[in-house]
Design a protein around this ligand. Structure first.
Ligand code: RRO
Length: 313
């Protein structure tokens, strides 16, 4: 049984990797990811200029997951492009996550990538929940359509995917899928954290985190059923040539397998990786291998989308 996975013409030793934002902000962290047993890695979402992010305590562990309002702290697009383009493969096997605060910003970040030697995959983060005054773009279907029209008109040569927020209604699944199906998107990544949740610290009766009066993105176990729903719903609606990365609530190999059954070709790990560090990949790879072997699959790819649809009582 091999975990070897093909994705966008690349071959990875495992389908499991970090999610953007988790242990991937500095070159030291990126080196650690490269040396780990993760199949590949994605950078922290990069903006045109470096950002220190939201002030105060901005990440907390919860009983079954996490809450964060980081506010997009990152070293800026030039830093990540410099790191990636100096790798032996010019970052061919890596993912570069990017975001902008306006259409102009987003396009400026992409022009920098297009003008560089970066040979990898670009992930447009349309779903950051934690920037004051900036709603998650993908919840505005018209604005998403308008941005993607410009992006693909100008940067059609880039290999582009999009990071989506969770959707909660079949009509919204239909609407976002209809927009995405219009463009030569290579993949979607579902889901980003459950935006603007709230959790009270029982010791203090105050919110767990400081920015935005305590509202923040929820990840970990709380996110798993919503992640499975989004991967499944999008697989049912997207063009076959649009691949899916599944993210949300992966705590063990079975969780990764469930996302794969719903249609994910790759699986990303956020909260668990934040808590456990890169040793999490060793455990998850071993556990995923055990599940796939027990279920009789020769490799991870063979299980993609193999959800059994007749409910057995
Ligand atoms: O930096 C953040 O606050 C953040 C981002 Br950009 C994101 O996409 N998802 C998230 O949970 N936090």
């Amino acid at each position: 049984m091999s975990l070897t996975t093909k994705f966008l013409g690349r071959t990875y030793a495992s389908p499991i990797m970090n999610a953007a934002g988790i242990r991937c902000t500095t070159t030291v962290e990126l080196d650690q990811l490269r040396q780990s047993s993760a199949g590949t890695f994605v950078t922290k979402t990069a903006t045109l200029n470096p950002r220190s992010g939201n002030a105060g305590k901005r990440l907390a562990a919860l009983p079954n997951g996490s809450i964060n309002s980081m506010g997009l702290p990152n070293e800026g697009i030039d830093y990540y492009l410099d790191y990636l383009t100096n790798l032996p493969d010019h970052g061919h096997d890596a993912f570069l996550s990017v975001a902008g605060f306006s259409e102009g910003d987003q396009l400026a970040v992409l022009s920098k990538i297009a003008a560089s030697d970066f040979a990898g995959i670009v992930e447009l983060n349309l779903s950051c929940p934690n920037i004051v005054g900036h709603p998650q773009l993908a919840y505005d279907f018209e604005a998403t359509d308008a941005l993607l029209a410009k992006v693909f008109a100008q940067f059609g040569q880039l290999e582009l995917g999009v990071k989506l927020p969770p959707f909660f209604d079949p009509v919204h699944f239909d609407q976002i899928a209809a927009v995405l199906n219009k463009y030569p998107i290579k993949y979607i990544n579902s889901i980003n954290s459950l935006g603007n949740g709230f959790f009270i610290n029982p010791d203090t009766d105050a919110p767990m985190i400081e920015p935005k009066s305590g509202f923040g993105g929820i990840g970990g176990g709380y996110a798993k059923p919503t992640a499975l729903a989004n991967v499944r719903a999008m697989r049912e609606r997207l063009r076959d040539d649009i691949a899916i990365i599944g993210t949300g609530g992966v705590q063990n190999g079975r969780d990764a397998y469930d996302l794969i059954l719903c249609g994910a070709s790759m699986v990303q790990v956020a909260t668990l990786l934040g808590e456990e560090g890169i040793a999490a990949f060793d455990h998850l790879n071993a556990q995923l291998q055990t599940v796939l072997t027990a279920k009789g699959y020769p490799n991870a790819e063979a299980a993609v989308g193999q959800l059994v649809t007749n409910v057995k009582h």
